[in-house]
Design a protein around this ligand. Structure first.
Ligand code: SER
Length: 325
């Protein structure tokens, strides 16, 4: 098999919001046994366990990564393990350790074991109050005010450095908030856009931790999976950027989201109790210019706010009726 083809894929953070669905999508695309899911301590779902291999590792512990890389002959890594923005503000040391030292281990091992490709997600959190808020350009000031943002800027720079200096094929996207119906996000600022659906279905009310007027860029999980896998499969000669692609599907205020949900659940009531996460949200862009991703590898989303709302409510209603929410 040529070096350009992927053989064995390691997904870190596979029990998390994106990792859990990405693992299944990769298993559907490639052989189930060739996609190794790994987590740090949270118990994996039956779906994850029954569809392919699973191991516990800690990316901060280099030896634990090395062991599975050798055992499974890994040649491609999707490094989805990360501490998100809100938890990162409560525990900046942990955030640094996982998002920077852990990532360094991943790059080092990828180089040592001559890997084909590494995927490293970045985030809209790389931007800060000095960046333009509307249609935030690909190239602009990056002065984040959260530890999470600091770690993501560093990750982008480190990835681009490994590409240029060592010829390691590292690719990454600046994810907006990701909305999904399978696994809840853990400890981010955009979590409200997911929790609101769960609470609307379960209790018909939600207490939101950011203001009604808060607008952030968002994306539905199927688009997030499509973007991540497409970027990893595009011919490298097409790419001018590597680890820092701006990416978006839609932008909406919490008020607009509530109105959409009310079309399906008219009694739904949302109250607003902003906490420390309001400041984080206010430091991020309201909308994103993702022209580079569209031009370089043909990115384009399939879901807008009304399509997301319809699908989320349908999927979560089924889970609720099955007693699985
Ligand atoms: N969803 C992330 C967070 O809110 C941003 O990338 O922390």
């Amino acid at each position: 098999m040529s070096k350009k083809e992927m053989k064995r894929i390691l997904v870190t953070g596979a029990v998390g919001q994106i990792g859990s669905e990405l693992t299944i999508a990769l298993r559907e695309k490639y052989n189930n046994d060739d996609v190794l899911a790994t987590g740090r301590k949270t118990k994996p779902s039956e779906t994850l366990l029954n569809s392919g291999p699973f191991e516990f590792i800690d990316i901060v512990n280099k030896k634990s990564i090395e062991k599975v890389v050798k055992d499974y002959d890994v040649d491609t890594i999707y490094n989805m393990a990360a501490i998100l923005s809100a938890v990162g503000e409560k525990n900046p040391e942990l955030c640094w350790n996982v998002n920077i030292n852990g990532l360094y281990n991943i790059f080092d091992i990828a180089l040592e074991y001559d890997m084909t490709r590494v995927f490293v997600p970045s985030s809209i959190a790389v931007f800060g109050p000095e960046s333009p808020k509307e249609n935030t350009p690909q190239e602009t000031i990056l002065k984040p005010k959260t530890m999470y943002g600091v770690s993501k800027v560093t990750g982008e720079l480190l990835g681009d450095y490994y590409f240029k200096r060592f010829n390691l094929d590292v690719r990454g996207l600046r994810y907006p908030g990701i909305i999904s119906s399978e696994t809840l996000p853990g400890g981010g600022t955009t979590d409200y856009a997911v929790e609101i659906f769960y609470e609307a279905i379960k209790n018909k009310k939600y207490s939101c931790f950011v203001k009604e007027s808060t607008i952030l860029p968002m994306m539905y999980m199927p688009d997030c999976l499509k973007a991540s896998i497409d970027l990893m499969n595009v011919d490298i000669s097409k790419l001018k950027h590597h680890c820092d692609f701006n990416l978006t599907a839609m932008s909406f205020s919490v008020g607009e989201l509530v109105s959409e949900i009310k079309k399906y659940i008219s009694e739904f009531d949302c109250e607003y109790k902003p906490d420390f996460r309001q400041d984080i949200a206010d430091s991020w862009p309201r909308s994103i210019d993702d022209t580079a991703a569209r031009k370089e590898w043909g990115w384009g989303p399939d879901y807008d706010l009304s399509a997301v709302t319809k699908d989320m409510i349908k999927k979560l209603r089924i889970r609720f009726e099955e007693g699985n929410l």
